[in-house]
Each structure stands twice: as C-alpha cells, then as structure tokens.
Design a protein around this ligand. Sequence first.
Ligand code: KG4
Ligand code: ZN
Length: 343
Amino acid sequence: MALLMGIDTSCDDTSCAIVEDGRQILSNVVSSQITEHSEYGGVVPEIACRKHVENIVGVVRKAIADAKCELNDISAIAVTKGPGLVGALLVGIGVAKAIAYSQSLPLIPVNHLEGHILSPFLASGVNYEFPFVSLVVSGGHTSLYVVRELGRYEAVGRTVDDAAGEAFDKTAKALGLGYPGGPVVEKRAAKAARSIELPSPMIKHDSFDFSFSGLKTAALNYIRFELEIEPNANCGDAIDTDAVDSLCAGFQDAVIDVLLYKAFRLSEQRKIPIVALGGGVSANTTLRERFISRGKQDAVRVIFPSKPLSTDNAAMIAAAGFHRFVNKEFADSTLDAEPNLPL
Ligand code: KG4
Ligand code: ZN
C-alpha cells in the first residue's frame, strides 16, 4: 500500500490530498480563492500567488489531519509541474520539494491535464479500460485525447482560442454575474423559458479543434444590441430578466452542442465506445445529462468524475502521480514550474 500526497496550486485553488494506491481518497482539501478574484471577474495571477503562500501550510496540515495519518506514513509527494500560472505553480512546487527533502521522499512531477483526464476513474469504482476518448473542458483548456494507456495520450484536438470555461467566465463577467461564470450561467439557464439561438462554433469543421471566442463575441453583441446592456458595466437590475436567462441557456446550449458533437464523432471515427470527461465545465448538469443521453443512444459509455473532482483538486494529482510512482519517474530538487507544459 502506498499513500501519495498530492499538491496542486496551478490556478486559484490551493489544494492538498492524500490518496491510497491512486484510487482511494483519504483526504482532499481545496481552499478556494473565489471571493478574492470575483470582483475582478477572473483570476488575478499576483493575488492567486499571494493567497497560495498564505494558505498552503494550513491546507497541507488539514489534508494530513483529515486523512488521519502522519507525514511519516506518506510514500511520495506528487505535485503539479504545469500547465498553469507560473507564480502559483512555484508555491506548490516549493512546498512539495521542502516536504520531500525533509522526509527523504520521492518527488513526482505531474501534468495538471493528466489529473483531469484520469479524474473520472478516481474514487468511482470504475476501472481503467483502454483506449478511451477523453474530453478535458476547464477554465484553461478544452482538449480531446485518445488515451491508449496510462501515460500515453494522443492529443487530437484543442481550442484555438478561448477555453470553454473561459467563455463562460467572460460572458458572465459581461453580464455582471460574477466569477466563476459557469455555475451562475448554469443556474440562470435552468430558469429560462426558452433558449436563444447562438452559433455553435466549428461544429461543421472537419478538425477536432474548438473555438469559443466567436461564440463569446456573439453573446457580447447580443448583450449590447438585443438586451441593450453595456457589457462589463455595472448592469444593476437590468440582468434580472427572462431575456438574460434565455441568453444564458442559448450560450450553454451552443457550448454543449459543439463539445458533444466532437467527442462523439471522435468516439465513432476511432470506434472507441468510452467517453470520459473532466475539468470544471464537466460539472455542468445539463452537459452531463446530454452526454449521458447521447451515450445511451450510441451505446457509448460516458464517465464523469464526481462534481467536486471535476474542478481543480489535488486528489487527481496524487492519482495521476501513482503510476509514475510505480514506474519510479521521480524528479530531483531542480524541479521547476512549466507554465505551458504540453501533455
Ligand atoms: O477545472 P477548473 O476548476 O480549473 C481549470 O483547470 O481551469 O475549471 C474552472 C472552470 C471555470 O471557467 C468555471 O466557470 C467552469 O470551470 N465551471 C463550469 C461549471 N462549474 C465550473 N462551467 C459550466 N458549468 C458549471 N457548472
Ligand atoms: Zn484544472
């Protein structure tokens, strides 16, 4: 039995987890910085970095206490090396190095995206089955992979501009709905009597790449010209309308349409009957329902992480570090952050 400590400080959540043998979560502490960033409508890197420094020691202590173990019981430290905000990543890496050095433990660098890819199999009782199609859909990424085995990821498509979560965040910001945008847009969409039609970008395009900046612009134009609200201004009561609910529903539908289309087209083209999702946007209830229903129709198994494991967390980093632990893929004390680390 191996207990891995995972640490993730790639963006605006400070997280530490203890995971047994890559599958069983003993603790998973996530300290969110939403209140610090919400007034800016997005993550401010300098604030994120400072809050990680303030939070990290308490988060690590709580992860050990929640797991009812001691530092002596830990077999290795897995930490996010990238991609992410450089100043934020460095906080987690610095702490991971310090613990590894002081306890003489191996240090395992993990790609944050590998964490999201493997998250549907964490604590779910679902065993790995290869190959599978993976759709990572978060605030920083929207990417499609074919996963051949642990550690072998074929990148098939990615966003050429904004990530899907980023488009949710920017649209919510334009409406003055706060940060993060996904959950609030989802809530408003659920109240909508109708869904306005917005273009589903690149849906007919042959490639598996995504683009969300055109959709975001279409939403901004709708806000300005149809709703007659100045985007990003203080909208006051102007946003408490059915028309805004309908816009949120239309926006959400357009994002889901293109994600669904491309993920299932890849599954069909490669004859791979498993689609696994991860990343913050995969917490969206309507997205889940539509993927599950399409999966039933096409006899494709659809797998999601639990909602808390969809958004950033360190348990997925410990889980992704486990197979690297088994293969002894360790880093030394020169380990550095790589903000654009490719998978
Ligand atoms: O995976 P994550 O926590 O961080 C990144 O790695 O980026 O994803 C955060 C993103 C944000 O853009 C947020 O608006 C979006 O996930 N998100 C959602 C929902 N919950 C979070 N988007 C749509 N619907 C949701 N329920
Ligand atoms: Zn993430």
